[in-house]
Design a protein around this ligand. Structure first.
Ligand code: IMP
Ligand code: ZN
Length: 352
């Protein structure tokens, strides 16, 4: 990879809008955790194998990896630590605004869902003093866990938002796309909309025209992946037209899609189609730990694959401010950060 592009991408102030907490934990943090847990007699060997092993896994294998990671993030103090470390990683990578998403989880005898949420929110609050990054929380609904859990998580999200309206902003719908019927979850997602949440919905990771249509009808604020919508990727002309006309911003995670083989290779990524027609898009890492990537790497891969110059990379980051769930005040602050940064490196007198 061209060193000057990578160095530009690292320095560029960026917004990360698609990052799952447990998938974003670095190898370093996981190793530290596994050593602590090993001292208590837990399955250190499994975890070590995972961390050292090959990082190119199928989508199904990734979901097994999440279970392994979940077997380590089992107490409120661990959740506080991993949240802090993940925020520090993103800040160190030049991310100035981060929307972290996570599924409330309880561990029998060790942590309730409320404690899980509080731990993340506390860490986010503490990070304000420590790093130059704005961090928000999106509460995830895991389609694998069924509707009762979904309703419970929405209720938790409503309470957390009431207590922390500056931090808890959205609802994510994610999990193994091979499991669960969208029809079952639509009422919960509509209820989330009525409760004032912005929606970020994982969509069309695998081909399923009917489900994709129903998600688009919900008119969420953002879509995750939107992989199998273009006719080249198992979708149809009609579905593609519906997406484009909807103008719903799409969170694109290049490495995640290529490593899980939902996209053949970078060149065939639907970034190309969407970027060319000016559809709103934002680059994200999805699971930077599981896929060994960073947001700077993703910008650099986009630059190299689709021949984007530095101005286009800056614009990509600048435009993504529009798709954040942040307040207008925070968006203006982010716009200023990006403009000042550009002015500094180009020496231009004023950027409009
Ligand atoms: P957590 O919600 O912080 O525990 O992050 C891990 C969870 O995010 C996984 O168990 C999945 O439910 C979800 N997730 C992470 N990556 C993906 C993806 O690519 N597609 C769908 N769901 C995902
Ligand atoms: Zn995701």
């Amino acid at each position: 990879m061209d060193n000057s592009t990578l160095s530009f991408c690292k320095k560029l102030p960026k917004l990360e809008l698609h990052a799952h907490l447990n998938g974003s934990i670095s190898d370093k943090t996981l190793l530290e955790l596994s050593q602590t847990l090993d001292n208590k007699g837990t399955n250190y060997d499994n975890i070590k194998q995972f961390i050292m092993g090959c990082k190119d896994r199928s989508l199904e294998e990734c979901f097994k990896m999440f279970s392994l990671i979940h077997s380590m993030t089992v107490s409120a103090s661990i959740i506080r630590k991993v949240t802090k470390d993940v925020i520090e990683d993103f800040a160190g990578d030049g991310v100035v605004y981060l929307e972290l998403r996570s599924t409330p989880r309880q561990v029998e005898g060790s942590m309730t869902k409320n404690e899980y949420m509080d731990a993340i929110i506390e860490s986010i609050r503490e990070s304000k003093e420590l790093y130059p990054i704005i961090v928000k929380l999106i509460v995830s609904i895991d389609r694998k866990s069924g509707v009762t859990e979904a309703e419970e998580n929405l209720e938790l999200a409503i309470q957390a938002k009431e207590a922390n309206p500056d931090i808890v902003l959205g609802i994510d719908f994610s999990g193994n796309p091979a499991i669960g019927e969208i029809d079952d979850f639509i009422p919960v997602l509509q209820c989330a909309q009525k409760s004032g949440f912005s929606l970020a919905i994982h969509c069309a990771e695998v081909p399923c025209e009917l489900e994709t249509k129903k998600i688009l009808q919900l008119n969420p604020e953002r879509l995750g992946h939107a992989t199998c919508i273009h006719p080249d990727a198992g979708g149809s002309d009609e579905l593609w037209k519906t997406l484009i006309e909807s103008k719903i911003p799409v969170e694109l995670c290049l490495t995640s899609n290529v490593k899980t083989s939902t996209v053949k290779d970078y060149r065939n990524h639907h970034f190309d189609h969407l970027y060319k027609i000016g559809h709103p898009i934002v680059l994200g890492t999805d699971d930077k730990g599981v896929f060994s990537t960073s947001l700077s790497d993703e910008y650099c891969i986009a630059a190299k694959t689709f021949e984007l110059d530095n101005d286009q990379l800056w614009q990509l980051s600048y435009d993504s401010i529009n798709y954040a769930f942040a307040s207008e005040y925070e968006k203006e602050k982010l716009q200023k950060i990006l403009k000042d940064w550009k002015q500094n490196i180009t020496g231009n007198s004023k950027i409009d």
